[in-house]
Ligand binder design. Sequence first.
Ligand SMILES: O=C(O)CCC(=O)C1=CC=C[C@@H](O)[C@@H]1C(=O)O
Ligand SMILES: [Mg+2]
Length: 367
Amino acid sequence: MAANTFDLREFALDLRTSLGTAKGDITERRGLLVGVEREGTDGNIVRGVGEATPLTPWTESYDDCAASLRGLGEGAEENEDDAGDSDDGDGLLGTLGPAARHGVTLAASDAAARAAGVPLAEQLARTAATGDVSDSVPVNGTVGDGSVDETVAAAESAVADGFDCLKLKVGARDVDDDLDRLRAVRDAVGDDVTLRADANGAWSHEEAERAVDILSELAFAYVEQPLAADDLAGHADLRGRGVDIALDESVNGTGEVPQQLSEFADVVVLKPMAQGGPRAAVALAGHLQSQDVTPVVTTTIDAVVARTAAVHVAAAISDVPACGLATADLLADDLAEDPCPVVDGSVSVPEGPGLAGDAFDSLLWDE
Ligand SMILES: O=C(O)CCC(=O)C1=CC=C[C@@H](O)[C@@H]1C(=O)O
Ligand SMILES: [Mg+2]
């Protein structure tokens, strides 16, 4: 196989307004675009584009990600067979943290899908045997921490924009203040809007038990990561109280993923950036569905390349519920035009080939 050559481009994007979470405010997203070029079987150059946008504690640090990708560029010639689109972590890929691995495997998968002339979602569905590929994906609105009035206003604005599912960030303030926020949102948007809360592991077991009882009264669909990432037993204990329990940091970190997640959660959030690439995310989704656990795909507030890849991941997962992919509006600017704009609470899957044809090539190569 001809050697891969890798190109890198660093970027930094400000958020339009900071996203308040229990882990602090997210104000900027720094990452690296990864471009791969290789000679195809017909002798033509095949290109692929990836994105590595770290976010601790879901992934390695930016500095570690950047250093490992720069090291990759120097050794690409010797490691041509390792930098394919395999996510099994052998060889070269095994030395990379999840965000760097996401950048490399996404670029390789984009190149392979473009060479085959198929959308990335179709290639992902083929390799994971997940079944048919959707041509659109439902998405939820994302509402950060804020006062009661700010939260209600943001929720009403999202519903007016066509979202019928909202995720509300909690855990940054006293649990009773959060429950006042959530009750006010339910009163404002009515019973037909699906509501979710995400605590990012901020609550004690006692706080979580109180919260779950109120969330059940308010008919919330699920609460994401109410307890610390390592408290799987605590999450299991919260189940069956009228609101589903979702795991995020317990599954999307740099630790081991428990095999039998159905003991601990009804829903598992999948972050392709934290899973080390689109294929790993789709494979885990299939594993979850085999245990009757519902997968939900979310970005890590990424730039347009990784966000588009997350749309393809969600499209390759059968019967996926509303996903956390409508995060473009959180950014003050982006690297390229969005091929998956949100329309009435859903996004269309680009026809490709690959991610979005050659739409992102000019970000890495001078035409
Ligand atoms: O799920 C969504 O609606 C958007 C993504 C999202 O909420 C998150 C992305 C990355 C880190 C966190 O701030 C948050 C999460 O915890 O899921
Ligand atoms: Mg979360």
